[in-house]
Design a binder for this molecule. Structure first.
Ligand SMILES: Cc1cc2nc3c(=O)[nH]c(=O)nc-3n(C[C@H](O)[C@H](O)[C@H](O)COP(=O)(O)OP(=O)(O)OC[C@H]3O[C@@H](n4cnc5c(N)ncnc54)[C@H](O)[C@@H]3O)c2cc1C
Length: 405
């Protein structure tokens, strides 16, 4: 059990890291806590970078996850602008970029993810950007303006959010997607179709099933030889686990990511890992990566509870949100592998789709601007009981009464 001389070092001062230090104190960690991050600013909310921040609707203060005085008040030593280069597991020490050695008794890795790049000719030109952190967002914000031609490669969450923000800023937006629908990896066909229609209605030039051959000065060249004019290009082709530090000490999986259990423990008893850098248990016994604020927060809580000898918090239903135009998209659970989809609500500006497993239990809900259906769906997933699908499909039937059996 920890005593006042035990030191926890948390590497990565993002959502997971900042929450981990807060939970550690909340659960009574008696010793020293250090939070080390390579970005030069206080831990901040990342989701607004593609939304409110990009549109100029958020202030720097509102981005901060916690006020500056939170850390000294909680006796957390912040080391910002400090990159950790390597982990020596045998010596229980970190090597910092300036050569300093930093000892730990327990380590929490919260190093997040990095935007993927693609090996396209021209992809490293200065007008080709990615979006992962505040510096990236500032570069993007400076480049987008009225009349600018923004080309987004990849119709995933971040690419579509940037396209929506670009339209709000008066820019032209073209989204190029190799698959036959938007959000193909993360949404059901019903939600994809709804989001697709919203973007087209807002004037986005959305092109599906297109191959990109090269990025040139002023244009993106497609596989059919045509060119899409571009003042700037955003690569929105997903993120890879930022596991380079874990790789220095043999804790990263060959295919990427740090494998953890439900307590966020890695294969090394002195090291926990949380957030986007992990491969974690998923509902239904599977494992995989979840890139979301709620997942990073849940794992931060689990790691802190484990270190402080508290009971493991109950597993939470995974969920995610995205804001595009006036739409608030909320997804709970994982729809992959569902036996059937039940649409409860579909209007021009609202949608709710429930995904049932073979036993008739709700395994996922996708809702657009329909918070009550989202909340009820999330509760039904947690309940794990079969529901009456006919009643689910009828908006006149109250969702609260739906769990049967
Ligand atoms: C533009 C954007 C929009 C998003 N929108 C949403 C949304 O709407 N809803 C949602 O749920 N999720 C959203 N996400 C995802 C969400 O932000 C992440 O899931 C969450 O930030 C993960 O937290 P984390 O602590 O694992 O990683 P991060 O918050 O990325 O923090 C990791 C930190 O570790 C630092 N680091 C890495 N390596 C080192 C090292 N060697 N030494 C020191 N520091 C290091 C990084 O620089 C970074 O500061 C969005 C992400 C982005 C980029």
């Amino acid at each position: 059990m920890a005593d006042a001389s035990s030191r926890v070092v948390v590497v990565g001062a993002g959502h997971g890291g900042s929450n981990a230090v807060a939970f550690l104190r909340q659960y009574g960690w008696p010793g020293e806590i250090l939070l080390v991050g390579d970005e030069p600013i206080l831990p901040y909310h990342r989701p607004p970078l593609s939304k409110a921040w990009l549109k100029g609707e958020a202030t720097a203060e509102s981005l901060a996850l916690r006020p500056a005085d939170f850390y000294p008040k909680q006796r957390v030593t912040l080391r910002l602008g400090t990159r950790v280069e390597a982990i020596d597991r045998a010596a229980k020490a970190l090597r910092l970029a300036d050569g300093e050695s930093l000892a730990y008794d327990h380590l929490i890795l919260a190093t997040g993810a990095r935007a993927r790049r693609i090996p396209l000719p021209g992809a490293d030109a200065p007008h080709v950007l990615t979006l992962r952190n505040a510096a990236d967002a500032d570069a993007l914000k400076a480049a987008i303006g009225p009349g600018k031609r923004v080309v987004v490669i990849g119709a995933g969450w971040i690419g579509l959010e940037v396209a929506a923000s670009a339209r709000a800023l008066g820019a032209e937006a073209c989204v190029l997607e190799a698959q036959d629908r938007v959000l193909a990896r993360v949404a059901s066909p019903g939600l994809s179709a709804f989001v697709d229609a919203a973007h087209r209605a807002h004037g986005v030039d959305l092109r599906l099933k297109v191959g990109v051959e090269a990025i040139e000065a002023g244009a993106v060249r497609l596989a059919d030889g045509s060119r899409v004019p571009a003042d700037l290009v955003l690569l929105g082709v997903g993120a890879a686990a930022e596991d380079s530090l874990a790789r220095t000490c043999g804790l990263a999986e060959p295919t990427g990511g740090i494998r953890v259990d439900h307590n966020a423990c890695t294969a090394d008893p002195a090291i926990h890992a949380i957030g986007d850098c992990t491969i974690r248990p998923l509902p239904g016994g599977a494992t995989g990566r979840l890139e979301s604020v709620p997942s990073a927060t849940e794992q931060a809580k689990a790691a802190a509870a484990h270190l402080c000898g508290k009971p493991a918090p109950a597993p939470e239903v995974p969920w995610f949100w995205s804001d595009q135009y006036e739409l608030r998209i909320q997804v709970a659970g994982l729809a992959q592998g569902a036996a059937r989809a039940v649409t409860r609500l579909r209007t021009t500006d609202k949608l709710s789709v429930f995904h049932l497993d073979a036993m008739g239990r709700v395994q996922a809900v996708e809702a657009v601007s329909s918070a009550p259906d989202f909340m009820a769906g999330k509760r039904l997933i947690g309940l794990g009981k079969p529901v009456d699908a006919a009643a689910l499909a009828d908006p006149a039937q109250p969702l609260a009464a739906l769990a049967v059996g």
